[in-house]
Design a protein around this ligand. Structure first.
Ligand SMILES: *Cc1c(COP(=O)(O)O)cnc(C)c1O
Length: 395
């Protein structure tokens, strides 16, 4: 062979005795075949075989297998982001004339997708009170093909009665899908509570470093997987094995990161609950949280995320309070090593349960910094926000 050919064809080396603890990053668009017949019959390899890089490499299949085990599911697919996982699930379950029910506390881009993408295709959505429970029966009709859940609710943390809602949905022949990003499979396993589809934004706790975007959907049976795969094939959705490898690396420490963040978040939420006006702290482990009893019944614990409602009179001091933070960074997303604070408005988005239109809600994501430094930062924030007389109790 001449040099240019030698440059292109990689020589084989032995893998014998190479037992690494890490998963190799297998990259591919093309998959080559042993012979003409193997190529001609490649369509028969099925979703577990290899035929083209878009449909998976051993790296992506390893993460899918992890998700199957953690969620007690049958199959998983990986997509470029959490939002994409939501979109693909809805596209795989809804067709013109169909309806999806979405809690008003869902991650806001979900409602944007329903309004701006699904509605023009003739797919309707109806928004429901996350605390509706079995009364969701009243919203069911023959057009409802999918009931979506997200629990605890985005920013405001309402915990849904998953089993009650899923039972009604299945009785009426609808499928059940959910966003499990808050809990991750370590704290809640929706497939065991009636979900047909569970999506995760792997961007958050799984990856754990705020450096990539990735989403997953895990399902209970192979028919649902086929529906997802067909959507993905048509849309040309594949993921980078490099990002997948970073998630495989990140998830090895997810258990300790989540436990640490959860412990600190719980401690801070309880302290802030004594400092801020009654009912300001939104955290599912606090008895005042809507659905707290369901949370205790269904969840293995809380995550590292909670919210604090800023009293209306403190709003003029909010920017100064945020600018005075030294450890918390201001930013969206969560689940990384840096603690984040995000001022959120849910104006116009909470019409069925408690209304928060006239205020801002601070969403805190606890990271891996020293808790003493984090608490000092929070005390600074509270002192700027609340006049001395309003502080119910300083620490
Ligand atoms: C971040 C997030 C998403 C979207 O995930 P991306 O990977 O950022 O697209 C969806 N749902 C919830 C609850 C999230 O926190």
């Amino acid at each position: 062979m001449k040099d240019n050919t030698l440059c292109v064809h990689h020589p084989e080396v032995s893998h014998e005795g190479f037992a690494s603890l890490t998963v190799p990053t297998y990259r591919a668009s093309t998959i080559v075949f042993e012979n003409a017949e193997a190529y001609a019959t490649r369509g028969q390899r099925g979703p577990d075989g290899y035929s083209y890089g878009m449909h998976g490499t051993p790296t992506t299949k390893t993460l899918e297998a992890h998700l199957n085990l953690l969620h007690r599911g049958v199959a998983s697919v990986l997509v470029p982001s959490g939002q994409c996982a939501i979109a693909v699930t809805m596209l795989a379950t809804l067709s013109p004339g169909g309806t999806v029910l979405v809690p008003e506390t869902a991650y806001p881009p979900v409602l944007g997708f329903c309004r701006d993408f699904l509605a023009p295709l003739g797919i309707s959505h109806r928004v429901y009170d996350p605390m509706i429970g079995a009364d969701i029966k009243a919203l069911m009709d023959d057009t409802v093909r999918l009931v979506w859940l997200e629990s605890p609710g985005s920013t405001t943390m309402e915990v849904q009665d998953f089993g009650a809602i899923a039972n009604v949905a299945h009785d009426r022949g609808a499928l059940v899908g959910c966003d499990n990003t808050y809990a991750s499979p370590l704290l809640f396993k929706p497939l065991e509570h009636g979900a047909d589809f569970v999506m995760e934004a792997l961007t958050k706790y799984f990856a754990g470093q705020s450096d990539l975007l990735l989403g997953s959907v895990t399902v209970k049976n192979t028919d649902l997987r086929l529906r997802l795969r067909n959507q993905m094939r048509m849309l040309g959705l594949g993921v980078s094995p490099d990002d997948v490898m970073l998630v495989l690396r990140g998830m090895e420490t997810m258990g300790v990161r989540l436990a640490r963040a959860a412990e600190v978040a719980d401690r801070f939420a309880r302290k802030l609950d004594k400092i801020f006006p009654e009912g300001s702290v939104l955290h599912p482990a606090l008895p005042a949280c809507p659905g707290h009893d369901v949370f205790i019944r269904d969840f293995a614990g809380a995550g590292g995320l909670f919210s604090v409602v800023v009293p209306e009179y403190a709003l003029p001091r909010l920017d100064a309070a945020l600018d005075g933070l030294c450890v918390f960074r201001i930013g969206a997303s969560w689940g990384g090593t840096s603690s984040l604070i995000a001022p959120m408005s849910v104006k116009g988005q909470r019409n069925l349960g408690a209304n928060f239109d006239d205020t801002i809600i601070l969403r805190l994501s606890i990271g891996m910094e020293d808790p003493d430094d984090l608490w000092a930062d929070i005390e600074r924030l509270a002192k700027t926000l609340l006049p001395r007389a309003e502080l119910r109790k300083t620490s």
